[in-house]
Each structure stands twice: as structure tokens, then as C-alpha cells.
Design a binder for this molecule. Sequence first.
Ligand code: HPA
Length: 270
Amino acid sequence: MLEKIQETAEWLLNHSAIRPKVLIVLGTGLKRLAEEIEVVDRFPYKDIPNFPISTVEGHSGQLLFGYLGGKEVVAMEGRFHYYEGYSMLQVTFPTRVMREMGVKNLFVSNAAGGVDPDFEIGDLMLITDHINFLPEHPLRGKNFPYGPRFLDMSDTYDKALLQQARDYAKSKGIRLMEGVYLANTGPTYETPAEYHMYHVWGANAVGMSTVPEVIVAHHCGMRIFGMSVITDLGVKGKIVEVTHEEVQRIADGVQPIMADIFRHLIAGLD
Ligand code: HPA
């Protein structure tokens, strides 16, 4: 697998002059953030050697190399979810490829269900921590040489970036929530009992992604910043039917604000 990762990194380095320091992962309904990027090169996943191919509606599946906030970035338009049937090695393959390419920062986004009674639909949430409730661990198996076998997770989401996001949101009058993101497999949304359980466990939002990429990026020594768009509520008395279309619609409405925060933080990276 390490050879495949290096082969793909080399292919990308040979096909683009951009040397990204930031990987941006665009979640469900958050594709328009890509329009903010001054794209220099785009590679559909199917053209990239060894790359898995994304299957979910609303994810077109391409890698964009270009500039955001004056910085060289690479964006994943469409990510790989565990529920699609990929192995954890496949889900996190692009993150490790980016590590080989010299990427030092992960900016990750997703659509999630809010389980915090203070949340409203359309809220943005800074991810301050996570609960990994996926059935397979992304670091299970032979340890990759990027980091230690037993990885500390006490300081995963970069505190300085979190503070910059809070300060920026305050200065702009943006309502910004924060909390713990719990990842479960999906592809079902949660039952009311499951939403309740996750809240009792300490989660503020629930989704089906992000945690594998974050764990692997942390293993690779990257700085990590993550945000969720709360597209529906798993809060007693407020639970309504969830559809993928509605999740996409809500995320679409909020994405300019999220893009603004991402751009601001990326512009300030050294
Ligand atoms: N649960 C899990 N994943 C989600 C949800 C949800 O309520 N909303 C958007 N993605």
C-alpha cells in the first residue's frame, strides 16, 4: 500500500506544478466551496492511478489543485465513505497521498445531524473533538511510517485555528457553534433512540465521515481544522424525516459562510 501511495503522489507531482500545503475535503452539499478556489489543475478520480472512485450522488469525484486565500491548496470534491463499501485503507488513501506530497494541513467539512438542543438547522459547528464510533479503525494493521503505532489523540483539532475561527466569526457577526462530532457507519440516518444515545455520550453532531481522514492526518502530523453544517436535528421534539436532498439543500445555503471562514484561516497559515 505504501508503494501505491508513493506512486500516486509521484503521478500528481508530475501532472501539476502546484505544491499544496493544505488539503481541503468538501463534504455533502459543500461543493460550491470549490468555486472559491482558483483552479489550476483538475483530475477526476477515475484518471488518477490507484484512486478509489466516489459513488454517492452529490459527490462528483475530482481533485482540484489551485489557490485559496493566496495559498496553494488541493481540494477533494467528493470523499470516500466507509458505508460505500471501501476499506479504511481506501477511505484514507488520499490523505496519505497528500502527506507524501508535502501537505501539512487538513481542512475538513461535512454535513451532520445536530443532537445538541441549542443547535438550529443551518448552524455551523466547529469540530473541537470527535468520537470514533466506526467499526474499523483507520490505523488498524501494519503501522505506516508517518507516525507512531500508538497515537496520542488528546490534541487533535488545532487550538490556534479554532481560536482564529472564533475570533473571525465574532468580528463578522457569524453564529458559530462548537462541539464534538461523532462518526457512525450509516448509511441509515439515526433513530430517535440513537440520536439520544449519542447526545448522552457527549456528541453534539452526528455524521458518517471525517473521523477516518482526521485520524490519519493526525498520524501524518498535519494541523487539523474541521467544520460541520447542521442539516437536521436529532433533538427530542424536533426530529423530522431526513433526506439526502434536504441535507444537500441546507448545506448549500450555508456554504458561502463556511468558505469565508476556510479562506480566512488558510490565508493566515504560514
Ligand atoms: N445523521 C448522520 N449523518 C448525517 C445526518 C444525520 O442526521 N445529517 C447529515 N448527515
